[in-house]
Design a protein around this ligand. Sequence first.
Ligand code: NAP
Length: 285
Amino acid sequence: MANLIDGKKVSADVKQRVKNETEKLIAEKGITPGLAVVIVGDDPASRVYVNSKKKACTEVGFNSYEYALPGDTTQEELVELVNKLNEDPKVNGILCQLPLPSQIDENAVINTIKAEKDVDAFHPFNVGKIMIGEYAFLPCTPAGVMELIDSTGTEISGKNCVVIGRSNIVGKPMAMLLLHRSGTVTICHSKTQNLGEICKNADILVAAVGKANFVTEDMVKEGAVVIDVGMNRLENGKLCGDVDFQNVSRKASYITPVPGGVGPMTIAMLMQNTLTAAKAQNGLI
Ligand code: NAP
């Protein structure tokens, strides 16, 4: 039976680390990190995420600034707000909650955020930095996955790592972070052939597909570390991941649950990035 990787505990440890450093930053330099969170429209899921991010800011001692804009906001209006936040010294990190309404080009907005305030690490400049391994900001979800793997004491170097999913937000940066740690990385996607066979070779398997129970027991190597990024809502309203948890946990050595695995890590890493941004903008790193 697999050991459970407790994302709540690991994320609490990350937030505690950020909180301690923030207290020091405030006491010694008089600097309180600030995160601006922009939400457009009234998507209930986005509202839940924004509230969690604001709550985490309070927990670690940051200032948070919410900008809730109506659903019919134009791209020009949003870009104007981002430009204002770019110039605001109280704001160290800017986050535009995705998805944005269809009249707004998400890339245009992301590209407007100053790279040094792009705490989601979605700006092409930061994406490029991730590619060459010289990053200030790590993309939050993959960075959280790395913390979870490290919490198990698993050595990544030389291991077969398989990432299912190639999105810009999860799959691709995930693969890069594993590669930077000298994993032998395979990225799979919807056109991959013999997916099960490839997954079965994985010492570390990361699923970021968005399909409930996609990863079954027969796709998993005995003793593998299995990380489930998926967040899927079942018909009964229950949240579940991409991995058939019950059966796969009989084979894996470590496994993340959903909820309580990767989910809490994403916000903790956002706090970490905002602290890094505050320090960098004040010449402290
Ligand atoms: P996405 O943009 O929809 O990407 C899904 C990926 O899965 C795509 O690359 C797709 O391949 C691949 N895929 C789909 N069907 C497949 C199949 N049959 N075989 C192999 N690959 C297949 O999703 P995402 O944004 O990366 O998110 C993935 C999941 O993670 C979602 O459930 C999302 O809710 C969750 N998520 C969780 C967190 C968190 O904080 N826990 C954060 C972000 C996302 P193609 O490229 O070929 O289409």
